[in-house]
Write a protein that binds this ligand. Sequence first.
Ligand SMILES: *Cc1c(COP(=O)(O)O)cnc(C)c1O
Length: 474
Amino acid sequence: MRYISTRGQAPPVSFLDAVLNGMAPDGGLYVPESWPRGLDSAEARADIGQRDHLEIAAHILRAFAGDDLTIEEAYALALKAYSHNLGSFDSRVVTPLVQLGGGHWVLELFHGPSLSFKDIAMQLIGPLYDHALATRDQRLTVVCATSGDTGGAAVEALKGRDRVDLFVLTPKGRVSEVQRRFMTTSGASNIHALEVDGDFDACQAVAKALFADQDFSARASLSGVNSINWARIVAQSVYFYATACLLSGPGRVNFVVPTGNFGDAYSGWVAKQLGAPVGKIALATNANDILDRALLSGRYERASNSVATLSPAMDIQVASNFERILFDAVGRSGDVISSLYNQFSRDGGFDIPADARALLGENFCAASVSDVSTLEEMGFRWREGYLACPHTAVGLHLPQEEFALEEEFHAPIVYLATAHPAKFPETVERATGVRPQLPPKCADLFQRSEKFDSLPADAEAVKQYIRERSRAWR
Ligand SMILES: *Cc1c(COP(=O)(O)O)cnc(C)c1O
């Protein structure tokens, strides 16, 4: 299995190289040269109820890794990530399904160590990095720009790992205290939390500048675990695949995905390409609605700045992974994507080609939800017996008419619950009157001591900081 860049200029690489590199050297994102087969057969799908998350993850990982992992190795990695005996996940089934009523389900993705869905991918990336770096006798500097939850999940996954130093860039004042504490209290010497004076897009711009500096990037052995990392997409496709196979009757299963970087939503598309009966994928955005606008108007265009909302992990104006779906939607032409994204950096937007718009419209729908509606939805759901975090509530608020496609109308709808309510206690309390409690495994979070540094949103300052601290530096 080889991986090509969405911009068409970088040479193809193996699975492990795609995972270790993060972004392709031509500025594009890695995608598989073709979709793996074998998971689309009726047999593979029929006995899904007999398999647990870890086993399905091993099979999907192996399918995408090709020759880079044997099935035994894939299974061993999935075991380290998801085994109930290791206790990383509260729930024995990793991603429990809760029925709200009728054909409405919530897929809870927040039972990992840092209480957001990002743990599901990150817990797998930790052992995967160890495996890849040990076989190559290499060290890595991981840089991660985060709007909150990726940072905590990366810290939990990479803390104490001998071959990796992690630098987390987070926008000052834009993350909740619980989110921040998951990044700053690990006590591990290989973890560096950096508070950057700017918004998430500024953090992302700094990270991009580090990767774009080829000399720096090579000397630091730079890698990213942001939502563009291919391993994250693979790990997230597992719950879409499993849930769609499990709940589909004769038809298909619709998903509602609270969206920022389009990573989770794209994983749903990947599961569909693997043959899972995924119907529509509904993109639920907050006021940062670039995806909603793009689907509606056909123009993908950044707004002047991201807006701070009650669902901060989605306060993103540039949805990185959208490039991957566009690549498929324009018939996998690197030239077209290159030219569109050149336009994007020049003019701040581009028109989505007509064919691509049609494919997007068949597979996705979108809506933007205000903070007021988010609070109302949380209150309403709590009175019905379900306590949701604000991101999850953005999804729960999506109008059902979004699914009024003839074929899909009676199909189940699965709402992804992306964070634990206790990760956003003030907002949850404001909406419901209930102060959600942290689960026992992290009940002492507010007693732990914090360690972080503050830096300007300036790539040179961050480079200097990393140069002085990375053990990978040559
Ligand atoms: C990251 C995150 C999202 C958005 O996920 P993307 O893959 O970036 O679209 C939604 N909800 C929560 C809680 C998150 O942490």
